[in-house]
Design a protein around this ligand. Structure first.
Ligand code: TRP
Length: 327
């Protein structure tokens, strides 16, 4: 049996920036190469977005656009089954069943909830934020996922999914496979533009769909020290170099390092080079993006919904029968 690996796309914004690309999109594509024999289920975390975004148009539009960008980045459809859980009623059905066998205390220990408590007023946190890990467990358990690759922030959620699967199995007999969290290797923190991480709120981001003018503006924004042109420079102390490195072959990297160390490389030149490299990276993505229509994405989701519904319905039928719902 092929291993099933479950991963997701979270449409937090209408766009994807370079840090998202290197932190989420690329590792996901690389993972599919690392496990060539596995089956990858890739779902849109759209139902989860409603916990914090109450704007139907934004949820809809962000989701379509982010899916299009992922496709343009080269998600291989022969490896990834991409689907929308909102097309699969069994997610909400299993959510209820799991909720009924989960103790409040369990949810109260979840970091995501505790963080929300720290940030806001307890009474204003939605029930959805509180029970979010239950929906996540349903996302995972419906498909007998073997492995769920997560960062540290989501590890506790996958462990809860495992615990609740075990609890269900104990109460109602063997039903769910116990998922394994796979902790993704940390993508080293990349320092962007102004010595901070790239983020929409810091206004230092480069969207994958940005045009030359926008990219140039960001590249010009990069902070450098006050060394003169002729002075040798340490590439490892330079932000322009750190960003360049993401786009270079190892030969190009060696040659750029030498130029830094030799002196007579101005920051202006280094920035021009970086600009060129970023554009060369973005152009093919943007060209592919322009060729993908909303309808294509909608059709793909519809097609895959048939397949995943088949699996999910089978699982939920088994669950309903065991808990006594089937008369
Ligand atoms: N909670 C995840 C995030 O914030 C998204 C998510 C939803 C998820 N359901 C999941 C992750 C199931 C793993 C498994 O990014």
């Amino acid at each position: 049996m092929k291993k099933r690996i479950l991963t997701w796309i979270k449409p937090t914004d209408s766009q994807i920036h370079l840090a998202n690309y290197f932190g989420a999109v690329k590792p996901m594509i690389d993972l599919s190469k690392e496990f060539p024999d596995a089956e990858f289920f890739l779902f849109l975390a759209i139902m989860h977005g409603l916990t914090w975004l109450h704007d139907g148009k934004a949820i809809h539009d962000n989701s379509l656009n982010v899916l299009k960008i992922y496709m343009a980045c080269g998600v291989d459809l022969s490896k990834f089954v991409i689907y929308n859980p909102a097309d699969v009623p069994a997610h909400a059905q299993l959510n209820w069943v799991l909720g009924c066998i989960t103790h409040m205390g369990f949810m109260e220990r979840m970091h995501s909830y505790k963080e929300a408590l720290d940030k806001g007023k307890a009474k204003e946190i939605s029930v959805g934020v509180f029970t979010y890990p239950i929906l996540m467990a349903a996302d995972i358990l419906l498909y007998d996922a073997d492995v769920v690759p997560v960062g540290q922030d989501q590890k506790q959620h996958v462990e809860y999914a495992r615990d609740i699967a075990q609890r269900f199995n104990n109460l109602f007999w063997e039903t769910f496979k116990l998922p394994q969290p796979y902790i993704k290797p940390e993508v080293g923190t990349i320092i962007w533009i102004d010595w901070r991480k790239m983020s929409k709120s810091y206004n230092n981001y480069i969207w994958l769909l940005d045009d030359e003018k926008q990219v140039l503006k960001r590249v010009k924004q990069i902070a450098t020290d006050t060394k003169t042109v002729e002075e040798p420079k340490d590439p490892d102390q330079c932000n322009v170099y750190a960003l360049c490195k993401l786009f270079l072959t190892s030969d190009e990297d060696t040659s750029l390092r030498k130029k830094y160390q030799a002196g007579w490389l101005s920051y202006k030149e280094a920035k021009d080079y970086l600009f060129e490299k970023i554009m060369a990276f973005l152009k093919p993505i943007q060209e592919r993006y322009a060729q993908i229509s909303d309808q294509e994405i909608i059709d793909l989701m519809k097609k895959n919904a048939v397949y995943v519904n088949e699996l999910a319905n089978k699982k939920i039928a088994e669950v309903y029968k065991k808990v006594g719902f089937t008369l």
